[in-house]
Write a protein that binds this ligand. Sequence first.
Ligand SMILES: Cc1cc2nc3c(=O)[nH]c(=O)nc-3n(C[C@H](O)[C@H](O)[C@H](O)COP(=O)(O)OP(=O)(O)OC[C@H]3O[C@@H](n4cnc5c(N)ncnc54)[C@H](O)[C@@H]3O)c2cc1C
Length: 460
Amino acid sequence: MKQIAAVIEMLQKILPGQVVIDPDVLESYARDETIDLVALPDCVVRAQSAQDVAVVLKICNEHDVPVTPRGAGTGVTGGAVAVAGGIVLSMEKLNRILEIDARNLIAVVEPGAITADIQKAAKQHQLLYPPDPASLDTCSIGGNVAENAGGPRAVKYGITGHYVTGLEFVLVDGSIIASGGKYVKNATGYNICGILTGSEGTLAVITKIYLRLVPAPACSVDLLLPFVDLDAAVAAVSSLLQNGIIPATIEFMEQDAIRFVAAHLGQGMPCADAGAHLLLQVEGSTHPACHETLEAIVAACGIDGADVFVAQTALQQERLWKGRRSIREALREESPVLLAEDCVVPRGEIAEFLKHLKEYLRTRSLRSVMFGHAGDGNVHIDVLKDSMPTDQWKAMLPELKREIYRQAIALGGTITGEHGIGCIRREYLGMAKSPEEIELYRRIKHAFDPRGMLNPGKIF
Ligand SMILES: Cc1cc2nc3c(=O)[nH]c(=O)nc-3n(C[C@H](O)[C@H](O)[C@H](O)COP(=O)(O)OP(=O)(O)OC[C@H]3O[C@@H](n4cnc5c(N)ncnc54)[C@H](O)[C@@H]3O)c2cc1C
């Protein structure tokens, strides 16, 4: 306690106006979007430069004070929550979009920049930054890199890590390192950017990011396809991929997902009676080209004559995507407590995975809603607590999680596709990774952070 008080005093002197100790303000840094996880930090430092980050890390490391990096706090695994106390190092003020280099198709940004703002800035140059987590209006790019975030467009474009060409980052001893840059190929030494991507703030603090951009498609059309049930929807996904049709997104939703969203938003959703839906985005150089692909999609899915909803206007497109992005909020209205899982399986195994899991949950009398990124095998499984007594729910959770993970792994998948391990999955890491691989993680962690001061309690 003495140490932390001395450290806060030192930081207040070196970074005046950037150190927060007001308990009311600290309260808003005590959680991210993880259900049931709260830990009040001793103080928050709002860094404004890489040098600020270096000062904080060096002092904290020397005085054994834990540091938890934080982007926008939208994580769902507790990564930005200071579970070991100490300092939350917030990147919210380090948020400039430094450059959109249209000649080199590269964006240079600070970690606190909001993902949607980067996309808007790129769009002004007819360029696209494709990764699109559903939280893109509120999450930061630093958090995206630290979690290797994905989104609906992953099926065609890949995930955050596929776009990082360079990083500037700060080690716990305060050294600032730049690796990579505006070039898109790099065989020079170890792939440090790759190691930091998805490292959940446990190895270094990222202070600048170089991102690859791609030309923006001239046109896109969104469509909602109705299916009798989830099996039929998932079979259609395989058929699309096998026919070489790769839309920008292939999202699936169970009927309940659409039903709850319609109630939550207070607006009707198209094809609401169908047993399951696919939400696709088709890109092309012209509208007729998009519509040609659209016809090929309907044929490949075997749903000729079905009531396909094609969003013709920006408003209709926005309405469809708002619906998709609001699923979790809508579910939390239905049951404020729920288990939100994020497994990934090989694409061809989705139907099998969902069928067995659904059956298992039904035998336990648990309501579940499944949705997610059918095109890349990443399934969101939300199990609702409903009126189950809290004690019973909490006692049942570990076994329930284990069973969900066991089924995903048995089909050649893994326990999380985009949300990460954080603190809520760390005790299950050993189900997906061998002891030898986990030991290698520990050695990497030790090389970056020998005293274990950076984001303790996460991943391991
Ligand atoms: C409604 C909703 C929808 C979501 N949809 C998706 C989705 O589609 N796909 C997806 O992948 N995720 C999704 N998420 C989860 C979350 O938005 C992502 O994990 C996102 O990348 C977190 O970004 P953030 O800025 O909020 O990071 P935070 O929550 O602040 O932090 C996340 C992790 O990154 C670390 N970190 C943050 N900044 C840095 C930095 N500069 N240097 C080092 N470490 C850092 C933190 O320590 C922490 O471990 C969703 C969340 C919500 C609430």
